[in-house]
Design a protein around this ligand. Sequence first.
Ligand code: CO
Ligand code: CO
Ligand code: CO
Length: 327
Amino acid sequence: MGHDALAQVLRQLPKVEDKNLIAGTEHADDAGVYKLTEELAVINTLDFFPPIIDDPYTFGQISAANALSDVYAMGGVPRLAMNIVAFPASLDLSILQEIIKGSTDKLKEAGVILVGGHSIEDKEIKYGLSVTGLVHPQKVITNAGAKPGDKLILTKPIGVGVITTALKSGKITSDDVQDAIESMKALNDKASIIMQEVGVNACTDITGFGLLGHAMEMAEASGVSMIFRVKDIPFFPIALELVKKSKNHPKTIKSNKEYLAAKVNVLDSVTPEQANLLYDPQTSGGLLISVPLERSQKLLERLSAAKVSATIVGEVVEKRTPAIVVD
Ligand code: CO
Ligand code: CO
Ligand code: CO
């Protein structure tokens, strides 16, 4: 859920015991899931952040896709959403209208109804949504089910943190990175439906803690370890160039790296640029899916037929130290 070091504080919330709580705070999972009846569970999540891109309409689209993603990661169907708005009194309200228009268009694409929200005045724009989704209690996909022998499948390329940082500092323009912007705007809906149909063991979406941070959470929650093959991990080529040239990386790369230092072994076969991007904070990133070997080809074929870019990036092994190896 949370996307930076502050989230570590929120993760120290007291453990909640409730027989109907399917997913809470214990596994750093993507959203809370609560069983209402034997056939129905409700999923709750929220996300909001300052603009990562100049165009307000595009920012609204990306914010909505990002907020819905935690529901898709758990195999659910998002139904309702509410706006979370912080907006400076000094700015033209047409900017906010464009953000909301981008967001509601994206929600419409997802079949989600906007039912309200809350706004405050603030020094800086922030926008996001709380989202309510539904799922069958027996079909919840958490980050805790990965098993040795599983293949790990990633559904979007990595590097949008470095790219949006370079956009903000004016090093590149949005024309240079249309593919990354399209990727952030893309819903994880198709991947979610397909993984439900094929049957998978675990899933999470890749956001603020980067590929390795969210992989680590899945490994810990599942009691397993993971081996990634860097040659199979899709990176945006421009992100590799930017991270090579610039010393001005998103500061979250550094904090993610420090947080994971004891748990991750990145071997010499990985270039420094690739290594940095493994920790790059993603906005509206793809799904990381842990699927049994015998269903992995079927999952890849179904995703490819639905025009979802998906690749096998690694595999799950018995628990060992360090928990994550990148070769
Ligand atoms: Co989240
Ligand atoms: Co998430
Ligand atoms: Co209110």
